[in-house]
Ligand binder design. Structure first.
Ligand code: DX5
Length: 279
């Protein structure tokens, strides 16, 4: 298995190759590097958070999200310690696996002790139906030994990702971009759904996208918190994000499919240069 942030992997080379084919000439090289620099060569991924779901029927909920066409499903693990809220553990995530094939991701908003002692349980619970790597997100603020933790997620068969709270500078994760498949920029302070989006995170997204491109790493940028099918997802996409977590912003629609499609359409427009301005 290739190490994550190694220079261009198969997964993106193919999609980039297709785009590159259309951009053979000198000027198109510039156009191409502009595309890469903004991350608009990366697939848009719509990822619901299950916080707003009916927890008494979580299995049916993940099946409904799969039917709505989402790209991944996020489980917010909160331990009442790292964040002032309590949700569920690996058993709940594992119990949902038999209800759908859609990839899972687990965001560990837990203390260092929990993220280190229970890491294998979370990696195993997040895996795909045939053991494919699931995305396991640890917070840089909760890990004194972050690089080791990310390496362990990879060795345990997971896809490592690191999250930054709003106050945490991008600098804190630049040395581990080679160890992750994703970086998660929180656009709210973690712990609750339905909070207002913090618009001052855009520069951090731009800085991370620039560092990823400068290093030639194959890393997605996720944003999470207050993301809606409006200027919030549009601005984040324009800044370089390509994966979008939405809780209330998807569950607010009459159907999950309408929510998913609305988020995806605005993100795709932003990738094509049609960016919605803030109010
Ligand atoms: C907050 C969680 C988010 C939250 C998003 O700590 O990490 O995933 O559920 O919910 P909305 O989209 O409603 O802000």
């Amino acid at each position: 298995m290739q190490a994550a942030g190694q220079r261009l992997t198969m997964r993106t080379t193919a999609s980039r190759g297709a785009k590159a084919g259309r951009l053979a000439s000198g000027s198109s090289r510039t156009a191409r590097s502009a595309v890469v620099a903004k991350g608009t060569d990366r697939d848009i991924q719509i990822i619901p958070s299950v916080l707003p779901a009916d927890w008494a029927n979580m299995g049916q909920c993940v099946a409904d999200l799969e039917a709505a066409g989402v790209d991944r499903i996020q489980f917010d693990v909160m331990d009442g310690n790292f964040v002032p809220n309590l949700t569920f553990g690996p058993e709940m995530i594992a119990a949902c696996r038999k209800y759908c094939k859609t990839p899972f991701e687990t965001q560990l908003m837990v203390s260092q002790y929990a993220s280190e002692t229970m890491l294998k349980d979370y990696v195993d619970a997040t895996k795909g139906p045939n053991g494919e790597p699931g995305v396991v997100i640890v917070h840089v603020e909760a890990c004194d030994h972050l690089q080791r933790c990310l390496k362990q997620i990879r060795e345990l068969g997971g896809s490592p990702s690191v999250a930054l709270n709003p106050h945490t500078p991008a600098e804190m994760v630049k040395n581990v971009l080679c160890d992750v498949d994703h970086v998660l920029v929180m656009t709210v302070n973690p712990g609750f759904g339905g909070q207002a989006y913090i618009p001052t995170m855009l520069d951090k997204i731009r800085e991370l996208r620039a560092a990823i491109v400068a290093g030639g790493y194959d890393v997605d940028i996720e944003v999470d918190g207050g993301i809606k099918a409006d200027w919030t997802i549009s601005q984040c996409c324009d800044a370089g994000a390509n994966c979008f977590i939405a809780g209330s912003g998807m569950f607010a629609y009459p159907t999950l499919k309408e929510g998913c499609d609305a988020l995806r359409a605005i993100a795709k427009d932003a990738q094509a240069g049609k960016v919605l301005p803030p109010p």
